[in-house]
Design a protein. Structure first.
Length: 332
């Protein structure tokens, strides 16, 4: 997949052209018409594409929530126009678009949408930014990058076209960077080829992309930032006292902060220091008749319920249960 730098370079060059929007739109229209002409003899088995789309292992595309039929139609047709820029792996790309079409509220056949996508003109491009609202802009760019890179790295025409659409959508550098990282994770269905710093940038958004990124992959992304900073049972403490939290539930902590204290039956008071920057999540742990406290430092986009499930799996051999402490009893 093309790097963020490649797309940023394209956008930077294009932004200089946008000062004359009319000429910019003429340029887009002219280029896409040339590509369409070269694809005139392209044939597709739509029945097979519809059949294969039934096997796509995802669900709940956000387009299902978009009530604006015109915006849905434009979303699909623009994805088809991205596909036209690079027809390598056309069947796979069309299957993905067919699946999105089925998820939407559109009562439209793929072949009709494809035919209409061939008629997109500069009048349509001029209204993209208004029709595809900001909240759907990110979904569209990620889907466009997935379509372009579905089988192999997208060609220059496809990347330039997506960059042009980014300009028309008014996408800033941060928005674009997030889109590229999310699309990469979706294409690999894995995070092993993605830097931890990049994963951290998309964690606030990644749950919204469960429609194209598997739950296991999303979970693995959060695992990278979870660290059990303390786990003690009250039976092991002096006088039967419990651990004393020094910060509130779901508080931001910095490495080295004093977050909890406890006194073991033997020895002096233990001060629990934050081992990393992040957010502290507090839990109650029970093992038979014994109970205690667990603290996990994770990313602020994480959730107590998800971490609770993760702890259960992590310590499944110990026959213990965990409960996320709500705000009302955080110092139980």
């Amino acid at each position: 997949m093309k790097s963020l730098l490649d797309i940023q370079k394209e956008v930077k060059q294009l932004e200089a052209m946008v000062q004359d929007m009319a000429n910019f739109l003429d340029c887009i229209n002219r280029e896409i018409q040339e590509i369409r002409t070269s694809n005139d003899n392209m044939e597709m088995d739509y029945d097979m594409i519809r059949m294969l789309a039934k096997s796509v292992p995802f669900a709940n595309h956000p387009l299902a929530e978009l009530e604006d039929g015109y915006a849905c139609k434009l979303y699909i047709e623009l994805l088809l126009s991205v596909m036209q820029m690079d027809t390598n792996g056309i069947t796979e790309k069309m299957v993905y678009i067919q699946w999105i079409l089925e998820e939407s509220r559109l009562d439209m056949e793929l072949e009709d949408a494809y035919a209409e996508s061939l008629e997109l003109g500069k009048d349509i491009y001029s209204e993209i930014g208004e029709v595809l609202r900001t909240d759907f802009g990110l979904f569209f760019i990620v889907d466009a990058l997935i379509v372009a890179n579905f089988v192999e790295e997208a060609n220059g025409e496809a990347i330039e076209y997506i960059a042009q659409l980014c300009v028309l959508l008014g996408v800033d550098a941060s928005y674009m960077e997030t889109s590229v990282i999310l699309a990469k994770i979706a294409l690999y269905q894995d995070i092993k080829n993605t830097k931890k710093a990049d994963i951290e940038k998309v964690l606030p958004y990644i749950d919204d992309f469960e429609y194209c990124i598997g739950k296991n992959t999303i979970e693995k992304a959060f695992w990278l930032f979870r660290y059990v900073c303390v786990k003690v049972y009250n039976d092991d403490l002096w006088g039967g006292y419990s651990l004393s939290w020094k910060v509130r539930q779901i508080s931001k902590v910095s490495k080295g902060d004093n977050i909890a204290e406890y006194r073991p039956k033997q020895g002096s008071t233990t001060y629990v220091k934050a081992s990393q920057d992040g957010t502290l999540f507090q839990f109650k742990v029970e093992k038979g008749y014994s109970c205690g406290s667990v603290g996990v430092i994770s990313h602020p986009s994480d959730s107590g319920k998800k971490i609770e499930q993760w702890l259960t799996k992590k310590y499944e051999g110990e026959n213990v249960t965990f409960e996320f402490i709500d705000e009302s009893n955080r110092f139980w």
